[in-house]
Ligand binder design. Structure first.
Ligand SMILES: [Mn+2]
Length: 278
């Protein structure tokens, strides 16, 4: 039995099928972890959702910002100019697909092996035990009766700094922003919403979240997606893997074998290289 963590699909099913073929994925015994952003920007968002859902307990998924955006759009939020969500929104099984998506977590773990997966990042203040609790709180809210209001209230860049006394939507907004949007923050963990480029390109005073020296979650190996401009997957000195290698931007789709750390990938030459990685 092997577990592979797969990078951001963003509506690209064909590269996934090629990658699963390449690693000889065995549905009877292997597991797949998906690092979020299953949908949007690519041409096959509905097909990706149907495929991943059909894997049942062979697949574990974390929610990304594009997945939450899809839920928000279905709830009345305006689509962006480059969104490619209509194949889902117009599908006969739209409600089933979105109902399934809304049940997915923000954090997946194999605690016994000290491995966790999330879409974007964690602030330096949180231990993995605290991250787990915050994820469960936000997941409960997303699954609960008040989720429509959360899908409206979760947007915005404030608060930018964790404070244990945060409550209500401000607390949930910070938690969701970390799990689904975080890239850079300052030494105190104040989130910088704007920079999206490769490490080294950011304004002075900012660091990738996983490089903060005092980060309290560094005892876990963390797998994340979301950051297609990262430049490489494996950051052993920081105990993290950033597995979004820009599939929908004409880059590659990556699978990380979480048992032996081996990386596999396929080229995604069918997609345009003109995107900007968002
Ligand atoms: Mn993302």
């Amino acid at each position: 039995m092997t577990t592979y963590a797969i990078g951001d699909l963003q509506g690209c099913l064909d590269p996934l099928l090629r990658l699963l073929d390449q690693v000889h994925f065995d549905t009877a015994s292997d597991q797949l972890w998906f690092a979020g952003d299953l949908v949007n920007r690519g041409p096959q968002s509905a097909a990706v959702l149907r495929f991943v859902r059909s894997l049942g307990d062979k697949a574990r998924v974390v929610l990304g910002n594009h997945d939450l955006h899809l839920l928000a759009v279905a709830n009345g939020r305006r689509q962006g100019r480059r969104d490619t969500l209509n194949d889902i929104l117009n599908a006969d099984d739209c409600d089933e697909l979105l109902g399934w998506l809304r049940q997915q977590p923000l954090l997946v773990e194999d605690a016994g092996r000290g491995i966790a997966m999330l879409h974007a990042g964690l602030p330096p203040q949180w231990t993995m035990a605290q991250a787990r609790q915050h994820a469960r709180d936000a997941e409960t809210a997303l699954r609960g009766h008040g989720y429509r209001e959360l899908l409206v209230q979760m947007y915005g860049d404030e608060p930018s700094l964790w404070d244990e006394s945060l409550s209500g939507f401000a607390r949930l907004r910070f938690i969701i922003n970390c799990f689904t949007r975080l890239r850079y923050c300052d030494a105190q963990g104040r989130i910088a919403a704007e920079p999206k480029g490769q490490p080294g390109s950011q304004p002075a005073g900012l660091l990738p979240w996983f490089m903060l020296p005092a980060r309290r979650s560094s005892d876990f190996r963390i797998i994340f997606g979301h950051w297609s401009t990262l430049g490489k997957v494996s950051w052993p000195e920081h105990h993290v893997y950033g597995i979004d290698s820009g599939c929908v931007w004409g880059g590659r789709l990556t699978a990380l074998n979480i048992d032996d750390g081996e990386l596999h990938s396929v080229a995604c030459d069918e997609y345009s290289k003109t995107g900007n990685g968002e």
